[in-house]
Write a protein of this length. Structure first.
Length: 100
């Protein structure tokens, strides 16, 4: 893991720990998706492009990136729990765990 990955993982974890609610968790998930794409390509890819890459490279991970494809825009419909689960799975993948 290089310094860039460590810094981005730290930022994502900080967003998950703070009281930023849905938007903070969505940002963290976007960062984690970018890290996975970076690890696979060696190129830092923006959120939307990282999602496209992950969908093509890891079709089994489509569920993890689905909140990034269609974020909730209506107040009260946010599901932070789903974002937390996706973020934890991404952290497991990035940390060397198995892909689910």
């Amino acid at each position: 893991m290089d310094q860039l990955e460590e810094n981005l993982i730290g930022k994502a974890k900080a967003l998950l720990r703070t009281e930023n609610g849905y938007s903070g968790h969505l940002q963290a998930l976007g960062i984690l998706a970018g890290i996975l794409a970076y690890r696979e390509t060696g190129i830092l890819i923006s959120g939307p492009e990282a999602v496209k890459f992950i969908e093509m490279r890891f079709p089994e991970a489509m569920e993890l990136v689905s909140p990034l494809k269609s974020p909730v825009t209506k107040p009260g419909e946010e599901d932070v729990g789903t974002l937390q689960k996706s973020a934890k799975k991404f952290l497991g993948i990035i940390s060397g765990g198995t892909r689910e």
